[in-house]
Unconditional design. Sequence first.
Length: 303
Amino acid sequence: MNKEKKIRSGPLLEAEFYPVFESGRPLPERSKKEKRSTKEQEKYNRQQAIKKIVRMVNANFDSTDILMHPTYAAGNAPADMEQARKDIVNYLRRVKTRRASEAKKVSEQLTEVKEAAAAKPDSKYLREQVQKLKQQLKKLESPLKYIYVIEEVVYKTGKRAGCPNYHFHMFVTGGLPRKTMEELWPGGIRTNADRFQPEKFGPEAAAKYVMKDPQGRRRWAASKNMKKPEERTRKTIMSNRQMEKWARERVDDAPFWERRYKGYKFLRCLPRWNNYNSHWYISVVMYKADGSPPIWADQWPEE
């Protein structure tokens, strides 16, 4: 017997197939006495960290949100990572405060434009402005969400040789102008707040920052109000022979998977044979058909 687990993270869908006992409990994939080597465990941990952030980003952010990279000028570098964390938390507080004040301004503008549009119902420009302001107000009034990653670098030459500096990579709820988001950061240079575009710079790439220069400390954080990916598991009437056929013949069969998961575009299928229990495992990655498949899909971490 095999189970199918579907994980939906916004426009991203993962379908995982794996063998189970009659009770529904997964088959063991290795002997109890067998342990992963240090390198295997590190690789596994890295894969899971990447997948976790990819799912969080897809479930909570879209093209109306912002991807930014706050940095410090050399003279403003914090003494340690804890101070860097305090700086980014204080920055997010300033963003939250500005969002509240900006929401009031946009609400007032919306009232004025609505009145003007009512007086000139044939004005396409005014109708478009009303819709634009409504969307902006809705975004500004939505709860602030964020995921940030702290990256540490150490100067190798010059007066600050051996001293650390830090920068961030952050997904954050949109609504404020990008220039305002940049100006609110007091630390230094090249803040670069850009509209998040999954088709150009996907969350998989941002997730890789978690694994840079590992020091055994948690280097990323997310707001507590993040929406979690949806997971559903069900038993499927599927024989081991059928699983093997899928693993061998359906890996690149996009029409097959798109028929099975209507409304989604096929990105990839990753089959894996387990030598210990002699069963196939299959992982399929799909993306909402009404959006462009992101180029980062071909970088999805393999099992």
